[in-house]
Design a binder for this molecule. Structure first.
Ligand code: AMP
Length: 219
């Protein structure tokens, strides 16, 4: 059975950390739309500059562009037996498009990680990422990546003013996704305010639960 997963949750909820972990443990690619866009933004193209400006303002790249990116990514060989989407869908229009893209595949497991907003602001201010390999780090982890030795940097959109805008955009555009998916049996809400290890256990348990009786999901 394929393992098709989408992780939902506000910036700072731990989606990236959990998605990386899941990808490794379950041998499916983590597909982070934020990473894809950051890569595009590094290219000095018109598209790259437009993406960077949108990210720096805390806004969302258009549904049309995002759906195109994900549609192409999901038909690549490595995603045919499963994937973990990190950062997509972020709007109901993206969720509807994803349902269409996945129509002939096994049911999408949706994990919605929730964390109170004060805690999100605190986490994002402390977050650092490795400039070389992209690994994500929380508080007090020094200046060097524990994985590859690269320098740790703050993401330009993790500055407080932008974080507040991203949380506002999340509440407006992405929170409706919870109602969109809530009625499905393959949907789980996960309390993301706990430590990453404890959250990971809940994530794994939810997936095991869904996989143990897959046929009921085909409605
Ligand atoms: P992330 O790394 O998931 O926090 O994404 C960083 C930024 O990329 C977001 O703040 C958005 O500007 C943009 N982005 C990532 N995924 C999407 C998406 N599915 N739809 C629109 N914009 C996105």
């Amino acid at each position: 059975m394929q393992l098709n997963i989408a992780m939902l949750g506000p910036p700072g909820a731990g989606k990236g950390t959990q998605a990386s972990q899941l990808g490794e443990v379950r041998h499916v690619p983590r597909i982070s739309t934020g990473d894809i866009l950051r890569e595009a933004a590094q290219l000095e193209t018109e598209f790259g500059r437009a993406v960077q400006a949108t990210m720096d303002a805390g806004g969302l790249v258009s549904d049309e562009v995002m759906i195109g990116i994900v549609r192409e990514r999901l038909v690549r060989e490595d995603a045919l037996e499963g994937f973990v989407l990190d950062g997509f869908p972020r709007t109901v229009a993206q969720a509807e498009a994803l349902d269409t893209i996945l129509v002939d595949r096994d049911p999408l497991i949706v994990l919605d990680i929730s964390v109170p907003s004060d805690e999100l602001v605190r986490r994002l201010a402390a977050r650092r990422v490795c400039g070389e390999c992209g690994e994500i780090f929380g508080d007090d982890l020094g200046t060097e990546c524990g994985k590859c030795g690269g320098a740790l940097v703050q993401r330009s959109d993790d500055r407080e003013a932008i974080v507040r805008e991203r949380l506002k955009v999340y509440a407006r555009d992405s929170e409706p996704l919870t109602s969109y998916y809530r009625g499905r049996r393959t949907f789980a809400e996960i309390d993301g305010s706990r430590t990453p290890d404890v959250v990971e256990r809940s994530v794994q348990e939810a997936i095991d639960r869904f996989q143990s009786s897959p046929e009921q999901d085909r409605s």
